[in-house]
Write a new protein. Structure first.
Length: 218
């Protein structure tokens, strides 16, 4: 399999399938296309008609949506537990992943993913704080219901954790205050070897994307 991704410092959508594949120890070739360069769109279109990352290419199969990628990988590797095995937990995990996939626009706008930055207090708009409160409620509920068998949202690592990993980076970057259960979860995700690998790579990238550096001159 080939996984086409964008800049590790900025591309929240790319982090999700990359992290799931890494944690599940599924081999893949990484192809990184820096975003918003003169040739970025053409290079992305060479892999997918949507011209956006992430893109998974598995032989004749091409998938260009992060949730669809994670569903496909879970089907191809059912033994890796990328969705919870219990029906109720699996349905819940899919629901909270879909909510993340489709929502939280205010948080995305006010606190763009920027792994290298330290911007405590920035972006704490009322709308972003409302999104944060909802995410904290999701995390707390998942941990209370399903977290007895491990430190992740559904005990063991799952696609739901991959979906919320970019939120973890945002909460760290922007110094978001969280309940203890959520702070412990943030620390758990950040400590993953794959997350440490992602951060190390992000730290040495040279590109700076203006729309993700909105507080640079403030």
């Amino acid at each position: 399999m080939k996984l086409v991704i964008g800049n590790k410092n900025y591309s929240s959508w790319s982090l999700r399938p990359w992290l799931a594949l890494k944690v599940a120890e599924i081999p893949f070739e990484e192809i990184l296309i820096p975003l918003y360069q003169a040739d970025s769109k053409a290079r992305q279109l060479a892999f997918s008609p949507a011209g956006k990352v992430p893109i998974l290419v598995d032989g004749a199969v091409t998938i260009w949506d992060s949730l669809a990628i994670l569903e496909y990988v879970a089907e191809q590797y059912p033994d890796r537990g990328l969705w919870p095995r219990a029906i109720a937990a699996r349905a819940h995990a899919r629901s909270v992943s879909a909510e993340m996939h489709a929502g939280f626009a205010a948080l995305r706008t006010a606190m763009p993913m920027n792994c290298r930055a330290t911007l405590a207090g920035k972006g704490h708009t009322p709308e972003a704080l409302a999104d944060i409160a909802r995410i904290a409620a999701i995390w707390g509920d998942c941990r209370a219901r399903y977290g007895n068998d491990g430190p992740f949202l559904f005990g063991a690592f799952s696609n739901a954790d991959a979906f919320y990993a970019p939120v973890v980076t945002r909460f760290l970057t922007y110094g978001v205050a969280l309940p203890d259960v959520c702070r412990a979860y943030v620390n758990t995700v950040r400590a993953l070897p794959a997350m440490r690998e992602w951060y190390a790579a992000a730290d040495v990238e040279s590109e700076r994307l203006a729309h993700s550096e909105i507080y640079a001159m403030m």
